[in-house]
Write a protein that binds this ligand. Structure first.
Ligand code: BGC
Length: 749
């Protein structure tokens, strides 16, 4: 029986609540606290045994680099992401890692965020569903997850200090739901608080965030760990609910905590509570049992996963898949040296890397495949010479396959991009090759979204490969040859220009503040509502087969829940996967509403000719908005549209759904508007009658006719209105009416 932690010496207790070093917690085996190893994450294990840093500088032990979040997001497949989590658990345990720092589920607010490659999506539902699957997979293997970075950490610029100034509704509807879903559904062992402030208060010191919302409202029962170095005021952080500070800082902050307890500023029970959570974590994550790790199997899994994530954006006249014979000119340094992961703390020392060129050669033995480098990412070689050699090769070929993308130096943790353009020499290369090649196929490798303008219309096919992980070369070949039928769909919109993006005017902020001025209108919510055209909408993705969706129906399953049903048929000749996407469009309500919001989705696999019925349940939250007048979710009454979308822009079927909405008591006060008083179902008629009774016949007739005058005063608070009346309304009568209004009344619109 180990010692009861509350009986430990105070200095011992405080020492346990901060790291021993960069990656380990402080141990006290006797008291039941082994040294827990926490390592990055999220898409591979970055276990450093030698020199340690948290910015991806020093090498780590070899591990499988699975596709990062940007790619996984495009899979729209929680079952697949769960399998990645399971594999990560095996790798973690083999390397002695107890908590793998991920998934990273922040919303892609701006295309420029340097860490977008790590994040899943611009949509909270998609991010939450995939995040929960990652956690479930990882934790089923005995390894704790650390869901990060909580919260409103959507940029790298000034990330350690900036205040994300976000209104409550936007936090609740856009930046919180993915975390909320993961917490409620997958019970993560830990949540990592972010570096930034939220409305002026550091996440690490934010009691509202870490205790009221996370624990009291969502029921989080794990441990909150700091992002590396995110704690300024350790005492305030403990009070806020930030349990474990990482990494350790040589005992400086431990002493501050002990001193606070001794001087009576801090109740020791706060320390005990955090300690109890740390002890509980120990019980949840350490299995100790050895595991079998087979890197070959995981490499194959990484390839399969990447194949599900690639998005076929464009395919003119069936240019893809490639035919097995003929001449193919493969162009681009990245075809030979794959760009497959992002920079910073998530950087993995891959066990091996497939290249698209060798994999294409292996899969197309009857084709003549030549290679030209086309561009040089180090910019040492002569760009014109490289381009001309590529053009000469492409002119002889039946198909030119260009593999282009962002260089590792173009995007990373730690800084944001300044534009969304591809390197200029690559754009020139694509244009020059497309001008001579019979057919041009482009594969793009990038973590953050890039604009395709300047060359999009000149090429025949485009595959968005994101950063596909270490087996991405094989996956690219699989999709180009048709061995894998592409089924990825965009988890973020591809804009025409940076200037079109919703956060353009409010990113990355100034003077220590970034104002989330676009509110809930993030990503496609903005493009669809403001009618701003994009190159490819959220949800877009092509296949080598065709699908038909029929019989779309929506039935209410409760007062504010429904089920959407649709039959999907594979009408083509190949096996393929389709993503059913269900959006909801709200009626007129007290808050501005996005044109539509993704409320359910399902990826379905179909043999040629096969049909499946897909059912998608829509819960109350699919119809609710965050109501700041009540600090709660409200469903407004009215006719909703449930829409079946090919993507966020192309709606193919619509069904109405009438909801009675929440019946809320909205008592009248003198601050309520004249419109609310006269429009009140019980008070309105009584008030009207009383006022008419006090008027001459002439006045009453004029008042009844004067609709315009009524409109002018409708928004006036009753208190002011009373002052303008020729005959005062007795205060007693008004009191009676206000009492009467305390009966049930639908929420005012
Ligand atoms: C990153 C985290 C990471 C941690 C440890 C921080 O700089 O923001 O995502 O888990 O370092 O490497």
């Amino acid at each position: 029986m180990s010692q009861n932690p509350t009986e430990l010496d105070l200095d011992r207790k405080t020492a346990l609540l901060s790291g021993l070093n960069m990656w380990s917690s402080e141990p006290d085996e006797e008291a039941g606290f082994p040294a827990l190893v926490l390592s990055d994450g999220p898409n591979g294990v970055r276990r450093q045994k030698g020199e340690a840093d948290h910015l991806g500088v020093h090498r780590s032990e070899p591990a499988t680099a699975f596709p990062p979040g940007a790619a996984l997001g495009s899979s729209w497949d929680p079952a697949l992401v769960r399998r990645v989590g399971e594999a990560l658990a095996v790798e973690s345990r083999a390397l002695g890692v107890d908590v793998l720092l991920g998934p990273a589920i922040n919303i892609k607010r701006s295309a420029l965020c340097g860490r977008n490659f790590e994040y899943f999506s611009e949509d909270p539902l998609l991010s939450g569903v995939l995040g929960a699957a990652h956690v479930e997979g990882l934790q089923s293997g005995g390894v704790g997850a650390s869901v990060k970075h909580f919260a409103a950490n959507n940029q790298e610029t000034d990330r350690m200090r900036v205040s994300s100034d976000v209104d409550d509704r936007t936090l609740r509807e856009i930046y919180f739901p993915a975390f909320e879903r993961v917490v409620k559904q997958a019970r993560p062992a830990t949540v990592m608080c972010s570096y930034n402030k939220i409305n002026g208060v550091y996440a690490a010191e934010n009691h509202w965030l870490l205790t009221q919302v996370l624990r009291d409202e969502w029921g989080f029962d794990g441990l909150v760990v700091s992002d590396w170095g995110a704690v300024g005021d350790r005492v305030a952080a403990l009070v806020a609910g930030m349990d474990l500070e990482m990494p350790g800082n040589g005992g400086v902050s431990d002493a501050e905590v002990a001193e606070a307890v001794r001087s009576g500023r801090l109740d020791e029970s706060v320390v005990d509570t955090a300690l109890a959570r740390l002890r509980e974590l120990t019980g949840r994550v350490r299995s100790g049992a050895p595991v079998e790790l087979d890197h070959d199997t995981h490499h194959l899994l990484a390839r399969e996963v990447a194949g599900e994530c690639l998005v076929l954006l464009k395919n003119r006249e069936g240019s893809l898949p490639l035919t097995p014979e003929g001449r193919i000119a493969v162009v681009g340094e990245f075809a030979e040296t794959l760009r497959f992961q992002g920079g910073g703390s998530s950087h993995v020392n891959a066990t091996r890397v497939d290249t698209a060129l060798s994999e294409l050669r292996a899969q197309l033995p009857d084709a003549e495949i030549d290679f030209a480098r086309g561009y040089d990412t180090t910019r040492q070689a002569d760009a014109v010479e490289l381009r001309e050699a590529a053009v000469a090769l492409a002119a002889q070929a039946d198909t030119a396959v260009l593999v282009i993308g962002l260089r590792e130096a173009d995007e990373s943790e730690g800084f944001d991009r300044e534009h969304i353009e591809l390197p200029g020499e690559q754009v020139e290369l694509v244009r020059a090759v497309a001008a001579v090649a019979r057919r041009t196929v482009v594969v793009v490798l990038n973590g953050g979204v890039v604009t395709l303008e300047g060359w999009h219309d000149e090429v025949d096919a485009i595959v968005e490969a994101w950063l596909p992980g270490q087996a991405g070369g094989g996956a690219i070949a699989d999709v180009l040859t048709g061995r894998v039928n592409p089924s990825g769909h965009l988890a973020e919109s591809i804009p025409f220009r940076l200037n079109d993006t919703p956060a353009y005017l409010n990113f990355p902020g100034e003077q220590g503040h970034v104002r989330y001025g676009e509110g809930v209108m993030v990503g496609y919510r903005y493009y669809e509502t403001a009618d701003v055209a994009v190159r490819y909408p959220f949800g877009h993705g092509l296949s080598y087969t065709t699908f038909e969706q029929s019989g779309f129906q929506v039935t209410a399953t409760g007062e504010d829940t429904a089920r959407a049903t649709v039959t999907v048929t594979n009408t083509g000749e190949r096996f393929g996967k389709h993503v059913v996407q269900v959006y909801v469009s709200a009626p007129k309500r007290p808050v501005s509403s996005p044109a539509r919001e993704l409320r359910g989705f399902s990826k379905v696999a179909l043999e040629p000719g096969q049909s499946k019925v897909v059912e998608i349940d829509l819960d109350r939250r699919a119809f609710a908005f965050w109501d700041i007048t009540r600090d709660d979710w409200t469903v407004a009454a009215g006719r909703y549209e449930v829409q079946l979308g090919e993507n966020a822009h192309d709606v193919v079927a619509v069904q109405p759904l009438d909801l009675v909405g929440d019946l809320l008591v909205a008592p009248l006060t003198l601050d309520s508007t004249v419109g609310a008083w006269f429009g009140h179902t019980t008070v309105g008629p009584v008030l009207t009658e009383a006022m008419m009774a006090g008027m001459s016949e002439e006045q009453a007739a004029a008042a009844a006719e004067s609709q315009d005058a009524m409109r002018m005063v409708e928004s006036m608070p009753m208190r002011q209105f009373l002052g303008f009346l020729p005959t005062p309304i007795p205060a007693e009568f008004l009191d009676q009416l206000m009492t009467m209004s305390r009966s049930s009344e639908p929420v005012a619109s």
